[in-house]
Design a binder for this molecule. Structure first.
Ligand SMILES: [Zn+2]
Ligand SMILES: [Zn+2]
Length: 168
């Protein structure tokens, strides 16, 4: 997701829309055991504010994650907006204290991919569940308890008691 500012030649106080559609990198969703179900869509507006370029955008992605209790697939939609500044690499010092996200352009090329990945990751909750009432998996036999009960005892036997029982 690269914006070529040399080609764009945005004059001060001018605006320009942009739009990308690209396959997401599934590695990004590793910690959720997830994958992208659709290309990631990014669209927004660039605006030269006289000093740098302001970028308002929206990221939309549909991903499949694993329920953190029962491991069944859960579809999750990311639909979130972002704001960032695009500035030339030789102004890194000037923007080092900036409160906004800054994307530095190298040789006039601004790569939005790291920013978009950041937006996606920070939108996904740390643990996703398929439903509020998800019963999860049995800790003993691994059965999905949403599909029925298993024969395991509900109270987990403390292994120390198990030993004592063997002695008697
Ligand atoms: Zn679940
Ligand atoms: Zn069980």
């Amino acid at each position: 997701m690269k914006i070529n500012l040399n080609k764009l030649k945005l004059a001060p106080y001018q605006q320009q829309d942009f739009h990308f559609e690209e396959h997401g990198d599934n590695q990004l969703l590793d910690s959720w055991g997830g994958q992208f179900l659709q290309p990631v869509r990014v669209e927004g507006t660039l605006e030269h504010n006289g000093k740098a370029i302001n970028m308002h955008g929206k990221v939309r992605a549909v991903v499949e994650l694993s329920c953190s209790r029962c491991l069944q697939p859960v579809t999750y939609t990311i639909n979130t907006s972002f704001f960032a500044i695009i500035a030339d690499e030789n102004r890194q010092e000037e923007f080092s204290q900036a409160e906004e996200d800054v994307v530095f352009s190298f040789d006039g090329i601004a790569d939005l991919t790291p920013l978009v990945q950041e937006v996606i990751i920070s939108d996904i909750p740390i643990s996703v569940i398929c439903q509020e009432k998800c019963k999860g998996l049995c800790a003993t036999c691994g059965k999905d308890l949403n599909t029925g009960t298993c024969g395991c005892r509900e109270d987990n036997i403390d292994p120390r008691w198990e030993k004592l029982k063997q002695l008697t």
